[in-house]
Ligand binder design. Structure first.
Ligand code: ZN
Length: 284
């Protein structure tokens, strides 16, 4: 990390000012207009130290509740994928072990039907969990990208909104193409194959669009931690994920899978990078 970058231990840059605040500054706690007040005082509305509202972009001085939500949302995005996959893996292992046990023990008819019923229940729980996971992930993105109180940054706001809409479009197209999968087999190999590749291309484009804005969002957060490594990682990932998702389709279709895993890894890193800042804010 270069020497001029601010750290979490620095005091808010505005703390040393002694002149009254000019127009255009609002309290980050309640958006109260701070014009004419002294920087070392407290917000007359909510009591938040004014210096924190004037301290620029560092997340260490951002609205604590918003920061917690962002952190929580990012965690939900990754967990919405990882937990169902883990659950499915454990279920498969459990089912295999159970089947082996049943085969070797030759139990009564009642026990056999009970176990096959149990396996069916386990299967359907997995189906429901997997079906809910994308919506939990979407909710995670909406939580992570809530409007930051008292901060007026047009670029950040645009990125925030695009992350949300691209996630919605991606999920809607995924569901639509899953619904279409059944109909491809009805259409027949010729037209069916064409429709299949068309829907894959549209899905890849939607994913690439979402990746671009999700990585832009992570980069904006990383700038404000500050976490220079994550900033670079997110910047590279913006291009890398788009290329892997589109051109990577040609490599046995593995590009999009790799891109999705890397996308989750960057979000997980972002979540970990926010953790110390959130923890520190929790103690203030
Ligand atoms: Zn206030």
């Amino acid at each position: 990390m270069s020497a001029e970058l601010p750290t979490l231990n620095d005091p808010p840059p505005a703390a040393g000012r002694s002149e009254a605040i000019g127009p255009g500054s609002v309290c980050l706690g309640c958006t109260y207009d701070l014009t004419g007040l002294m920087p070392h005082g407290q917000c007359p509305e909510c009591g938040k130290p004014i210096a924190e509202s004037l301290s620029g972009d560092l997340l260490a001085f951002a609205d604590a509740e918003w920061l917690r939500r962002t952190h929580r949302g990012l965690r939900r995005v990754t967990r919405a994928v990882l937990l169902p996959v883990l659950f499915a893996c454990l279920s498969i292992i459990g089912a295999v072990l159970l089947s082996v046990a049943v085969d070797s023990a030759t139990p009564s008819k009642a026990v056999k039907s009970f176990i096959s019923g149990l396996l069916m229940v386990l299967f359907w729980i997995n189906v429901v969990v997997l079906a809910c996971a994308p919506f939990v992930g979407l909710h995670g993105w909406f939580t992570a990208t809530t409007l930051e109180p008292g901060r007026h940054d047009e670029r950040a706001d645009r990125v925030r909104r695009f992350v949300r809409w691209s996630a919605v479009v991606w999920l809607a197209l995924t569901l639509a193409s899953l619904g279409g999968l059944g109909s491809y087999s009805l259409v027949g190999p010729g037209a069916g194959t064409y429709a299949f590749w068309m829907s894959w291309s549209v899905l890849a484009a939607a994913a690439a669009f979402h990746y671009w804005y999700a990585m832009s969002f992570v980069r904006l957060l990383a700038n404000r931690v500050p976490a220079p490594r994550l900033t670079r990682q997110a910047r590279t990932a913006r291009f890398g994920l788009v290329i892997a998702t589109t051109a990577g389709m040609l490599v046995c279709g593995l590009g999009p899978i790799g891109a999705f895993i890397y996308y989750l890894a960057v979000i997980d890193t972002a979540h970990s990078s926010l953790k110390p800042v959130v923890r520190r804010r929790g103690q203030v």
